[in-house]
Design a binder for this molecule. Structure first.
Ligand code: ASP
Length: 353
């Protein structure tokens, strides 16, 4: 832990623990910036070709390089998070922006959120159909509106007011996602005919992207962007755009989640992780492990998350077959992994999964 940049103050916490927090009047020494990203949990190896895996790895590396270059220039964590997520939204490998999954009606409806740990400012958008980069609109909501969350047509009107162009919804149409919708529909029909429950298909609801960053001033930020669940209907919105569920950042901890959104909402997953850090004095690794691998499965859910502490420690837990993920730090080299066994690719940073 970089105690040189922190003063240890005793805060009242459950169990009487003390946690290091920055003293208000002591200037912080520069911190080594870190960026951690995910491209969704729930990887299904059998359905992932070598070419798809290589494309996803390259996109993750590009997102890491783009965000880290900003951090190296002394830009805020928030800028790095938006830049990294923008790269992933523009890449069809992921269920966000261009590669978003389809709704039951055959549309793409996009959600995103963003939070600044230092100020607790936040912006969120949901149900977008014509915004190429939802994370950039979430930034406008945070910076240029008195609100935290805007949805649907109102959010798109606000985007136009802010000078953002609307794209043709065809921009989001990819054949891979269209075929996933056809499969989800036929699985649902088959289950209905057999009067059985629809099998839990991880391809239905994973692939969301997210980023957490620590900048040179020691500030944290988090963001998440998604197309939601394949075959979703009735205006379903998951955890990704909900501050506290899919995204959270404060002075000590930043989290972006990916998984079965209903369970992340019911556990307030991202906030729960950071609350454990604040109130119990846990590291982000122990805190994320409990919420992702105990609390969410206890309710019947699954997925993963990335968490980053103000001390530069990170955690990338998941309980699915894999999670597209990566980090970049002092050496400027992107570390990228997909499967559960890709541990070496993520070394040498200590990672608790
Ligand atoms: N959490 C997202 C949702 O439920 C899906 C994902 O993580 O891929 O909308």
């Amino acid at each position: 832990m970089r105690l040189s940049s922190l003063s240890v103050l005793c805060v009242l916490a459950i169990g009487g623990a003390c946690a290091p927090v920055p003293a208000a009047d002591s200037p912080r020494a520069p911190v080594e910036p870190v960026l951690v990203i995910h491209g969704g949990a729930g990887v299904v190896r059998a359905g992932l070709s070598e070419a798809d895996a290589a494309a996803a790895r390259e996109a993750l590396a590009q997102a890491l390089r783009t965000g880290h270059a900003l951090l190296r220039d002394g830009r805020p964590a928030l800028d790095a998070v938006v830049a990294a997520i923008t790269v992933l939204e523009d890449d069809p490998s992921f269920n966000a922006g261009r590669g978003a999954v389809f709704t039951h009606e055959g549309r793409n409806e996009l959600d995103a959120s963003l939070m600044d740990g230092a100020s607790r400012a936040a912006g969120a958008v949901a149900g977008l159909r014509r915004i190429r980069n939802p994370i950039q609109l979430a930034r406008h909501v945070m910076d240029d509106s008195p609100h935290v969350m805007l949805v649907g047509e109102g959010a798109e009107t606000f985007a136009q007011d802010r000078g953002m162009a609307l794209v043709d919804p065809a921009w989001f149409h990819t054949d891979k996602r269209w075929q996933q919708l056809q499969k989800a529909r036929s699985d649902a029909d088959a289950a209905r005919n057999a009067q059985a429950a629809v099998a839990d298909d991880p391809l239905r609801y994973f692939g969301t992207v997210g980023a957490v960053a620590l900048d040179a001033s020691g500030a944290l930020a988090a963001g998440t962007s998604t197309g939601g669940m394949t075959d979703k209907r009735w205006g379903r919105v998951g955890d990704a755009p909900v501050i506290g569920a899919g995204t959270w950042a404060d002075a000590r901890c930043a989290v972006s989640g990916t998984g079965w959104g209903e369970y992340y909402l019911r556990t307030a997953a991202a906030h729960a992780i950071c609350s454990r850090v604040e109130l119990l004095g846990e590291g982000v690794d122990a805190a994320a492990e409990t919420v992702i691998n105990t609390d969410i499965p206890a309710l019947g859910g699954n997925g993963g998350a990335i968490a980053l502490g103000a001390d530069g420690r990170m955690a990338l837990p998941f309980n699915t077959e894999g999670m597209y993920r990566g980090w970049i730090g002092a050496d400027g080299v992107p570390h990228v992994a997909i499967g559960r066994d890709d541990v070496e690719a993520m070394a040498p940073e200590p990672i608790d999964r």
